[in-house]
Design a binder for this molecule. Structure first.
Ligand code: C2E
Ligand code: CA
Ligand code: CA
Length: 409
């Protein structure tokens, strides 16, 4: 049994009475480190502070403003590695569905409590708490300063990795997604999650995107000349879509590299897309008119507004990996996957499933008629130099495993 005073608990509920009640119950059970929050924003501040980050959160699902489900999304973004107990006055079925949804995000749920909360039920759930397994511990990620990121962009330390997108029906490789890495002289290869946010917050994202896009286009041209018709996708930050210069900036770079707009895909994340309105809408529409391909990224994770999805002429919809891997075996994931696929079909968009990690995932895509697949089952992101060798291997696999002769259209 874990020492109860060692468990740091955060209780989040909009009702002050409920918070007091929970606090009293927890204290009576010997849990002494308890923080109370009556709204999601204050709670997130606690999560962001490594010194007070809780191991366990008691989460009310029904709150005005940020509700429990939205709060969970913020936890996912923060790679929260602690556990959750869900609380709600809703019926059992609702609570079970919510529990599944949270588990789909790979956050540990000890269970759920129906209001009115009974101390013995709470106590039984708390018994299940264990410290996070070592490999679940949050990797203490170094936070880089804006000056370091600025220097990295200027000194050529950013390198592009590429991850293939393949047609599910034929196994043909139709494109790649560019994923930036920072080759840090001391810390090694740094993933984008550790510096994109810094670049966005400090006005460096236009420089970063320019650097990434320039090398991606040079690479696209090189592949084109080697006889590989690969559409090259680049991730675009919402902050890139704030100034109208962006259209010219992309057009000029593509022209200079000699890559046609049809060969370039711009992936935009939906969650951020929906916060702002006019400038991004105009920029995306103009890029589309110039025949660049537009892709809506991480579909299903954001505050999707279907109206805006219709307003912006996207060519491609990427179903978030959280709804793809294991969807063949999980009703909740499967429902999200099916709904995204159907929606994209209705809007005439090409569909990419991300996070295809094994043969079961691949088979589901094939059965359901998904257009493109991306994920570690096919390949993890790689430097351009490794692409030709990977391609040979993939063609061989496609011939033997999928019995398809037409692997590179
Ligand atoms: P994203 O656009 O959703 O990219 C997909 C992420 O999933 C990549 O992480 C990729 O390595 C990872 N991934 C690929 N296959 C699998 C799989 O089968 N299973 C799992 N679990 N994961 C898989 P990465 O490279 O760390 O990129 C993280 C995010 O950083 C990207 O998410 C994208 O939003 C952002 N990003 C990357 N490059 C750029 C860039 O040049 N500019 C901007 N603004 N954002 C970028
Ligand atoms: Ca992407
Ligand atoms: Ca994505």
């Amino acid at each position: 049994m874990v020492k109860r005073s060692a468990v740091t608990i955060l209780a989040l509920d909009d009702e002050p009475f409920m918070l007091k009640l929970l606090a009293r119950m927890l204290t009576n059970m010997g849990f002494t480190s308890v923080t109370l929050c009556d709204n999601g924003h204050t709670a997130l501040d606690q999560i962001d502070d490594v010194n007070v980050r809780p191991n366990l959160i008691l989460l009310d699902l029904n709150m005005p403003g940020m509700d429990g489900i939205e709060f969970v999304r913020h936890l996912v973004e923060r790679h929260y590695s602690g556990s959750l107990i869900l609380i709600s006055g809703e019926d059992e079925r609702m609570l079970q569905a919510a529990e599944k949804l949270v588990q789909a995000h790979r956050i540990q749920v000890l269970g759920h409590l129906r209001k009115p909360v009974k101390p013995e039920v709470l106590s039984a759930l708390l018994e299940k708490w264990t410290p996070p397994a070592l490999d679940n511990l949050p990797v203490t990620k170094k936070v880089y300063g804006a000056d370091e990121v600025y220097a990295a962009i200027g000194s050529g330390q950013l390198v592009n990795y590429y991850q293939p997108k393949v047609a599910v029906a034929t196994a043909a490789v139709v494109g790649v997604e560019t994923l930036v890495r920072w080759r840090h002289p001391v810390d090694g290869i740094i993933l984008p999650d550790q510096f994109i946010g810094v670049a966005e917050a400090h006005g460096l994202i236009n420089d970063l995107t320019r650097t990434v896009l320039t090398s991606a286009l040079t690479q696209a041209k090189a592949w084109q000349e080697a006889g590989l018709a690969l559409r090259v996708a680049v991730n675009i930050s919402m902050d890139n879509l704030m100034s109208l210069d962006f259209v010219d900036f992309v057009t000029e770079l593509a022209t200079k590299a000699g890559v046609p707009p049809q060969g370039v895909v711009l992936e935009v994340t939906e969650s951020r897309l929906m916060q702002d309105t006019r400038a991004p809408l105009e920029i995306l529409t103009r890029l589309r008119l110039k025949r660049f391909h537009l892709s809506i990224d991480d579909f299903g994770t954001g505050h999707s507004s279907l109206a805006q999805l219709r307003d912006i002429p996207f060519d491609e919809l990427k179903i978030d990996q959280g709804f793809v891997h294991r969807a063949w075996n999980d009703e909740t994931l499967r429902a999200m996957y099916d709904a995204s696929l159907a929606l994209a079909r209705q809007l005439g968009m090409e569909v990419v499933a991300e996070g295809v990690e094994d043969r079961n995932d691949w088979d589901l895509l094939q059965r359901t008629g998904c257009d493109l697949a991306q994920g570690s089952f096919i390949s993890i992101p790689m430097p351009a130099a490794e692409f030709p060798i990977w391609l040979k291997g993939w063609q061989e696999r496609a011939r033997t495993e999928f019995a398809s002769p037409d692997v590179l259209s």
